[in-house]
Design a protein around this ligand. Structure first.
Ligand SMILES: [Zn+2]
Length: 640
C-alpha cells in the first residue's frame, strides 16, 4: 500500500517558525591510521572571550562526558581515568565532580607516538557549604518564594535548610504569633533526574536533619495585589517581609523570607476564561493543560473558552476551582479575567442523546456553559466528569441500537459534580471531545477490525520520527533526528509488507511541531501512533547503569501496546530492559488512537549508538516496532 508523506505539506507555513536546534556536523570517520583528534560532544563547549573552552553541568555530584577520537585504537583518559573506546571511536566517561563552583575536565588520547589533549572548565551549580561554626541558614533553600494567593483558612507549607539541632521560627512583621519550623526529611533534596531515571541509590544527599518545615496560615509578608493581572515579580525585600530565625546555643541568625502570601476574599476571586492564544496566531492546540499541583503533571485538558473561578495563585501558576471539591493549576498567562460581575459557571446538565456514525458514536451533552470537564477511561468504560454542574437529565436517548455502546449511566458525584458513565462492548480504542455552542460532544471511536492471523492488515499506522527541533546527539556526533528517520523508513517498508497503511509524519530533516504531528495522525484516522526516539539522560544520572530499552505511554489503553513493543525491542536489541513508563509526552497524549513513544536505545552510550547508526541496528529497531504492534493487535483481537 502507498505511503503518504504528509509532513511539510500540512505545515508549510509553520516549519520555519518552529524553534530549531541545528544538528551538529558528524565527527570524522575513525580510521586505523591518520591524525589523532579528540572531540567532546557533551557537555557543549563554548569558547569564552579569551578563547578558553567552557561549559556547565546542571546537577549532581557526578557527571557524564562523552565524545569521540578519530583513532579507535587510541588510549583515552578523562581526568586520569582510562575510558573504553568503541570501534566507532566513541567514548563515555562518568566522573566525580568536586565540591566547588567549577570543575576542570581534561581528556588525553595517545596512539602510536601521537597525542592529543583537550581541557575545559565546567561551571557547577551553586552548592551551599555550611560554615565550620555558628548558626547558618541556606537562603537558596527557602521555599516557597515569590507571590502566593490562598483562600481564607488555607496555609502555605514553608521549608528551609539550616543548622542541625537549631530552633527555627518564622517571625511576622506585625504582632502575629511566630510559626515554628520542625526538622523533616522531605526527600526534596534529591535531584529530579535521579528520582526519575536512577535505578540505583546514590549517596550525597544533604543530611536530613538540616531540613525544617512549617505551616503558615493566612497572609504573610506584604500584599502582592490582585490575583490576576499582576506580574508576580516581588519588589526588593523590606520590613513588610517575614523573617526566619535560627537559634542554637545562644547564637541567633535572622534572614528575610522572599515570600508574600495574600488571602483572597470571595469578592476578589475573578471568573476567568481559558485562552492559550491571546495573540490570535491560530498556531496552538487550543488546549490548556490542568495540573494537580503547581508545575505538576498534566491531568486535565481544557479547551479554549473553558470558564472557572480563580481561587489561588502560586507565582505564574493559577488555581481554577472546578467544583467545590476539585481544583486544577494552569499556566497563568493562558487565563484571562472576565469582566467584574460575570457570574461563575454552573447550573444543571440536560437531556443527552447518542448519535451513530460509521466510524464513531457521539454522545451530546447539553450544558449551561463551557464548564471544565475531564474524560477518564477504564477498560470498557469512559467516564465524563462535568465540573460545576448538578446531575439532572430526565432523558437519555440511545437512538437505534448500536453494537458499541451498551449502557449510559449517571452519577451525582457531588452537589456540583456530575459523572456520565459510558459502557462499551469493546475496550476503549479512542475518543475526542468538542464543543458545539454549549453542547459537549464526546465522540467515541469504533475499534478497527483486526484479523488475528494478519493483525496489521488494513491498519493505519502513524509513524513519527522524533525531532527536529531538539533531540539527542551521540558521542560520534550522530543526531537523533537522522537516526530515527532511518528507523522510520525501515519501519514503513516492514509495516506495508505486513499489510498496514503507513503515514510517515516527518519525511525530511526539517523541524516539525508536536501539535502538527498529532493533528496529522488524527486527520488520517491513524489506528496507532508510534513516535520513534533514541534516549539521553539528564545531568547527574549514571548512564552505565541507567541505559537500555524503554517505551512510554500516557493513556491507560496504550499500556499493553507499550508493553508489547518494549518486549519486542528488548528481544531484538538484547540491552537492558528499563521497562515501560507513563510519560507526560505530547506524542503519547493523543486520545483518538493508542499512542506510544519508543526510546529504543541510548544515543549517548557508545555501544548503543553504534547499533543505532548501523543499517542493521536500524532494521532491528524497525522489526521490533512492527513485531510489537502486530503482537498487540493480535492479543487485542483475541481478547474480545
Ligand atoms: Zn527524542
Amino acid at each position: 500500500m502507498s505511503t503518504r508523506h504528509i509532513s511539510g505539506v500540512l505545515v508549510a507555513g509553520t516549519v520555519a517558525a518552529a524553534a530549531c536546534g541545528t544538528p551538529p556536523a558528524p565527527a570524522p570517520t575513525p580510521a586505523p591510521s591518520g591524525p589523532l583528534v579528540i572531540a567532546v560532544v557533551y557537555p557543549t563547549l563554548v569558547p569564552d572571550s579569551s578563547g578558553e573552552l567552557g561549559s556547565a553541568f546542571t546537577s549532581g555530584d557526578s557527571a557524564f562526558v562523552f565524545g569521540s577520537v578519530t583513532r579507535p585504537d587510541a588510549a583515552v583518559t578523562v581526568n586520569g581515568t582510562p575510558v573504553d573506546v568503541a570501534p566507532t571511536g566513541a567514548w563515555l566517561a562518568w566522573i566525580p565532580l568536586p565540591a566547588d563552583t567549577v570543575a576542570v575536565i581534561a581528556v588525553h588520547a595517545r596512539v602510536a607516538g601521537q597525542r592529543d589533549s583537550l581541557a575545559f572548565r565546567a561551571a557547577l551549580p551553586r552548592r551551599f557549604v555550611p560554615p565550620d561554626s555558628g548558626v547558618w541558614i541556606d537562603t537558596a533553600s527557602l521555599a516557597p518564594r515569590g507571590d502566593v494567593w490562598i483562600r481564607p483558612g488555607e496555609g502555605v507549607r514553608l521549608a528551609v535548610r539550616a543548622t542541625p539541632g537549631a530552633t527555627l521560627r518564622v517571625l511576622y512583621p506585625d504582632s502575629s504569633p511566630a510559626v515554628a519550623l520542625v526538622p523533616a526529611d522531605t526527600g526534596e533534596d534529591r535531584p529530579w533526574g535521579e528520582l526519575a531515571f536512577g535505578t540505583a541509590e546514590r549517596s550525597g544527599r544533604p543530611a536530613a536533619a538540616t531540613r525544617y518545615t512549617g505551616w503558615a496560615v493566612g497572609s504573610l509578608g506584604g500584599d502582592p495585589g490582585p490575583v490576576l493581572g499582576t506580574t508576580g515579580t516581588a519588589p526588593a525585600m523590606d520590613s513588610t517581609f517575614a523573617l526566619v530565625e535560627a537559634a542554637r546555643d545562644g547564637d541567633t541568625l535572622r534572614v528575610r523570607w522572599p515570600l508574600r502570601v495574600a488571602v483572597l476574599a470571595a469578592a476578589d476571586r475573578p471568573v476567568a476564561v481559558v485562552n492559550d492564544d491571546t495573540a490570535g496566531t491560530g498556531e496552538t492546540d487550543a488546549i490548556l493543560p490542568g495540573r494537580p499541583a503547581p508545575y505538576g503533571t498534566y491531568h486535565w485538558f481544557f479547551p479554549n473558552g473553558t470558564r472557572a473561578v480563580v481561587t489561588g495563585r502560586f507565582n505564574d501558576q493559577v488555581r481554577l476551582q472546578l467544583s467545590q471539591r476539585s481544583v486544577a493549576w494552569v499556566d497563568g498567562p493562558d487565563v484571562q479575567a472576565l469582566p467584574p460581575g460575570t457570574p461563575p459557571p454552573g447550573g444543571t446538565t440536560q437531556a443527552m442523546r447518542l448519535r451513530r456514525d460509521s466510524g464513531s458514536v457521539s454522545l451530546r451533552v447539553p450544558l449551561p456553559g463551557r464548564i471544565p470537564f475531564r474524560v477518564d477511561e477504564d477498560g470498557h468504560r469512559l467516564v465524563l466528569t462535568l465540573y460545576g454542574v448538578a446531575a439532572n437529565a430526565d432523558w437519555m436517548q440511545y437512538g437505534p441500537e448500536d453494537p458499541l455502546v451498551t449502557r449510559i449511566a449517571f452519577e451525582a458525584a457531588a452537589e456540583d459534580e456530575t459523572k456520565v458513565v459510558v459502557d462499551l462492548s469493546r475496550p476503549v480504542w479512542g475518543y475526542r471531545t468538542r464543543w458545539v455552542a454549549n453542547d459537549l460532544i464526546l465522540e467515541i471511536r469504533r475499534p478497527p477490525v483486526v484479523h488475528p492471523r494478519r493483525p496489521l492488515d488494513g491498519i493505519v499506522i502513524a509513524v513519527d520520527p522524533g525531532h527536529p527541533p531538539a533531540g539527542a546527539t551521540g558521542p560520534t556526533g550522530t543526531y537523533e533526528g537522522d537516526v530515527v528517520l532511518a528507523v522510520a523508513r525501515a519501519a514503513v517498508e516492514l509495516f506495508e509488507r505486513a499489510g498496514a497503511q503507513v503515514v510517515l509524519l516527518r519525511a525530511d530533516t526539517l523541524p516539525f511541531g508536536l501539535v502538527e504531528r498529532t493533528r496529522a495522525a488524527e486527520a488520517v484516522n491513524a489506528h496507532l501512533l508510534i513516535s520513534i526516539h533514541a534516549n539521553a539522560l539528564p545531568d547527574g544520572v549514571n548512564p552505565w547503569v541507567n541505559s537500555g530499552t524503554s517505551v512510554y505511554y500516557f493513556h491507560p489503553r496504550a499500556v499493553e501496546f507499550a508493553r508489547h513493543v518494549n518486549r519486542a525491542l528488548v528481544r531484538r536489541f538484547g540491552f537492558r530492559d528499563l521497562g515501560i513508563g507513563r510519560g507526560d509526552l505530547a506524542l503519547a497524549r493523543p486520545t483518538w488512537m493508542p499512542a506510544i513513544l519508543t526510546e529504543g536505545l541510548f544515543m549517548m552510550v557508545p555501544d548503543q549508538e553504534a547499533v543505532l547508526i548501523s543499517p542493521a541496528g536500524q532494521r532491528q529497531y524497525a522489526e521490533g516496532l512492527v513485531d510489537g504492534a502486530a503482537a498487540f493487535l493480535a492479543a487485542w483481537a483475541r481478547a474480545r
